[in-house]
Design a protein around this ligand. Structure first.
Ligand SMILES: Nc1ncnc2c1ncn2[C@@H]1O[C@H](COP(=O)(O)OP(=O)(O)OP(=O)(O)O)[C@@H](O)[C@H]1O
Length: 689
């Protein structure tokens, strides 16, 4: 093949040398030169992982993409193409080195990158499945600052170009290839100066692939548009102006495809790569030392560096070779200082962006009515369950009764079975019985106490044998009563106070029953003059009722807890959804800021939270009649504010988790969740107290 094409090993070596020299000769760099370059990367160094065991992805890489060209970025899977592209669009930062994109540093004020000057198609589909094609275009178009009519115009053109189905079809109902084309069209939509396409032709048939390339060639014709494209189909990069072959964090070659093929005397790029692979397998140690002796430049040797991976679907490389030194940092020109001002697209809050984000969030909710019904219905279900099952006063609380006045016979002990009402003990028990207490009769005080110790009863009441007579004497004589009557007019109560709630409830019932009983006895015996001498008299409560129920007491805490934690969950879910499958990446590259995304989420989640709050309050106060003594307006406001606190709480946690995530993935979850748990626990304690 080489002979046929008239190339000899010597001519190949000399041509290769010339190319390399020309490529890495000292250049006289000026700002004007840089401005002619769409992308310029110098001494890029990027690593992942901890310092102790770094995974070096870019290792002093230099890349030059002239304006108006198609640049094919090729390399084995996992060699760092996506990482490099992320750095170019300003989504990742280099550890060291410099990147200039369209005359500015990505991410800096005034660079316009990220922003509408760059169109980015990530490797993932990165689209909202619930949106139609037109809605997808509207969202990305508005993000790029286009008007609706401009978007519709482009939509028509792109539908035809990419042979897409009706604009009303939902993305989730499209085939994988169609979804990729919609993703590609979204990147083309705003007609950006720089298009960065990460594997746009995966899953696209050869005919359509050709028409996509024709379009790419067409849009770069006037020299104003630049395209960087990664692909696993090597042959299609034949139409690229330059291809860059990445390996071990550097470029092995950065050359036009025709020159590369001529250099190796081969007809296809695939053959070139196969040849390179074979050379690598044979070991280029010897060749590199020859080159070194000719040029006098010692090669950067990386003997143990191993390359393995695939180039596309057909070609695979697995070789051990010396990496020929293709970069010479001393000869790489310095980049000019960053220009101030310029074509600034950097804004904190762009109304158009906010419109796009809020519209997108509400549209997503509308398309996911089931999820939204669940989100709004969940707190309602919680409050219904609470009102139905929690908070009612317990009934059927058992009390052990020893009534020595009644010869301890079972039937006489239980008031409902016909107690002797001439006995005051029985009269008291009748009042107590009204308060839904169940009596367990016992013969002796020891048996009753034993029942309490075994948990069969919550308390034991013991009436002395002459309780009625002693009590009457005590009422009649007042302070002149003798010690005997004083002692035997007391009923003895022993309580199980292990459950504070039940213990206090029983004590309250005993107290109220005794009050009613005392009134009845005094009136019945005509001791009205003694009424004033009752030791205790509960007046009508200032707030609440004489018998407040536990539901009223617990309801505010429960309502606030439900709203707070559901707001946390709601915000967390929305944030996770936003990060889903490169969508956040894509939105951020289109120029939307993190603050705008956050604000958009706060606005939409706030509306949902208001819906939740209103529904919960309607069920609590209107349906289940929970007592509300105060102003319902203030109750609603305070509940909404609690929900807002929950949202802010999650946003802060999310940002902390993200910050930790960027530093150390593993630690993030430990710290973030630990922080969440600690705070939830503290909050719970606060609410409970
Ligand atoms: N956030 C990250 N944290 C740690 N390692 C990462 C991260 N992102 C990528 N990597 C690693 O960096 C290397 C380069 O990944 P990258 O996605 O840039 O490769 P690629 O060339 O685009 O691969 P492909 O062609 O398969 O898409 C891979 O080994 C990958 O596992």
């Amino acid at each position: 093949m080489e002979a046929a094409s008239g190339t000899t090993p010597a001519s190949v070596a000399s041509l290769e040398l010339k190319t390399r020299r020309a490529q890495f000769q000292p250049q006289t760099s000026t700002v004007a030169t840089r401005r002619r370059q769409a992308v310029c990367v110098r001494r890029a160094f990027k690593k992942y992982g901890p310092k102790s065991n770094p995974n070096i992805i870019l290792d002093g890489l230099n890349m030059t993409v002239p304006k108006g060209t198609i640049y094919g970025l090729l390399g084995a899977s996992g060699c760092g193409k996506t990482t490099l592209l992320s750095c170019i669009v300003g989504r990742r930062r280099l550890n060291s080195g410099e990147i200039w994109v369209l005359g500015g540093r990505p991410g800096s004020k005034g660079s316009g990158v990220p922003g509408p000057r760059v169109g980015y198609m990530p490797q993932e589909i990165a689209l909202y499945g619930e949106f139609s094609i037109r809605e997808t275009f509207l969202f990305f178009g508005w993000c790029a600052g286009m008007t609706t009519s401009e978007i519709d115009e482009r939509l028509e053109f792109l539908l035809k170009l990419l042979q897409l189905p009706s604009e009303n079809r939902f993305v989730k109902n499209l085939s994988g290839g169609q979804q990729r084309r919609v993703s590609f069209a979204s990147a083309l939509l705003a007609d950006p100066e720089l298009l960065i396409l990460d594997e746009p032709t995966v899953g696209v048939d050869p005919v359509l692939r050709q028409s996509i390339w024709d379009h790419l060639v067409n849009i770069t014709k006037d020299g104003n548009k630049t395209i960087i494209i990664t692909t696993h189909y090597i042959e299609e990069t034949r139409q690229a102006g330059i291809i860059g072959l990445m390996r071990s964090g550097k470029f092995l070659a950065e050359e036009s495809p025709t020159k590369l093929m001529a250099l190796h005397g081969l007809d296809t790029l695939e053959e070139v790569f196969l040849k390179l692979s074979k050379r690598q397998n044979m070991g280029l140690r010897r060749r590199s030392s020859i080159l070194s002796s000719v040029t006098g430049v010692p090669p950067e040797v990386d003997i143990d560096d191993e390359m393995s991976g695939e180039f596309g679907d057909n070609v695979s490389i697995s070789s051990r070779r010396r990496s020929v030194a293709v970069t010479d940092d001393e000869h790489v020109p310095e980049l000019p200082p960053e220009e101030k001002g310029g074509n600034s697209t950097f804004k904190m809050m762009d109304p158009q962006h906010m419109k796009a984000l809020i519209w997108k969030n509400f549209l997503w909710m509308w398309r996911n009515v089931g999820i939204m019904a669940f989100i709004i219905g969940l707190p309602v279900v919680q409050i219904i369950l609470f009102c139905l099952s929690i908070g009612k006063d317990p009934v059927g609380l058992k009390l052990a009764i020893v009534n020595n006045e009644l010869n301890n016979s079972m039937e006489h002990c239980v008031p409902t079975v016909g107690c002797d009402t001439s006995r005051l003990s029985c009269r008291f028990l009748k009042h107590l019985e009204k308060r839904t207490v169940v009596f367990l009769p016992y013969d002796t005080a020891e048996e009753a106490k034993y029942a309490v110790t075994r948990g069969w009863a919550w308390g034991a009441i013991n009436f002395p044998a002459n309780y009625s007579d002693s009590l009457m004497e005590r009422i009649e004589l007042g302070k002149d009563v003798d010690d005997y009557s004083l002692l035997y007019s007391d009923m003895n109560v022993s309580m199980d106070m292990s459950n504070q709630q039940i213990g206090q409830l029983l004590q309250r019932d005993l107290l109220y029953s005794y009050q009613d009983f005392a009134r009845e006895v005094i009136v019945a015996c005509n001791y009205s003059s003694k009424l004033a001498s009752l030791p205790l008299d509960f007046k009508t409560p200032i707030y609440g009722t004489e018998q407040p129920n536990f539901t009223d007491f617990a309801a505010p805490g429960i309502i606030l807890t439900i709203i707070f934690f559901l707001s946390v969950a709601l915000t967390s879910g929305a944030m996770l959804l936003e990060r889903n499958e490169g969508l956040l990446e894509r939105s951020l590259v289109s120029g939307i800021t993190g603050t705008e995304i956050l604000f958009g989420q706060v606005v939409t989640q706030f509306v949902v939270m208001i819906g939740q709050t209103v529904m919960v309050l309607i069920f609590a106060f209107a349906v289940f009649k929970i007592t509300c003594e105060g102003d319902i307006g203030w109750v609603t406001t305070l509940t909404i504010l609690t929900g807002l606190c929950g949202m802010c709480f999650e946003i802060v946690l999310f940002r902390i988790r993200r910050g930790l995530f960027l530093r150390e993935r593993k630690e993030c979850y430990i710290h973030g969740n630990g922080f969440l748990l600690t705070n939830c626990y503290a909050l719970w304690n606060y609410l409970a107290s």
